[in-house]
Design a protein around this ligand. Structure first.
Ligand code: FES
Length: 72
């Protein structure tokens, strides 16, 4: 059986991570899936974290989550 997100988990397709540039979590996840490995890579692909920088911790968290999962 395929694991699924909890019913009350936030939807990455509607969760806004970068308010400055309107970047959704799903866009950041896609950038990482397509090869982004650093905050700078995500910035170049999505513009997330290129404004006030307030979303950088969340970008870092997503990188750690997805790249950590890739290493496991
Ligand atoms: S919220 Fe992402 S740069 Fe400001």
């Amino acid at each position: 059986m395929t694991p699924t997100a909890a019913p009350d988990a936030p939807d990455p397709n509607t969760t806004l991570v970068c308010f400055c540039h309107g970047v959704l979590e799903a866009e950041i996840r896609r950038a990482i899936a397509e090869g982004a490995r650093t905050v700078a890579d995500v910035q170049a692909k999505t513009r997330a974290s290129t404004g006030c920088g307030g979303c950088q911790p969340e970008v870092e968290r997503l990188l750690a989550e997805l790249l950590g999962a890739a290493k496991a």
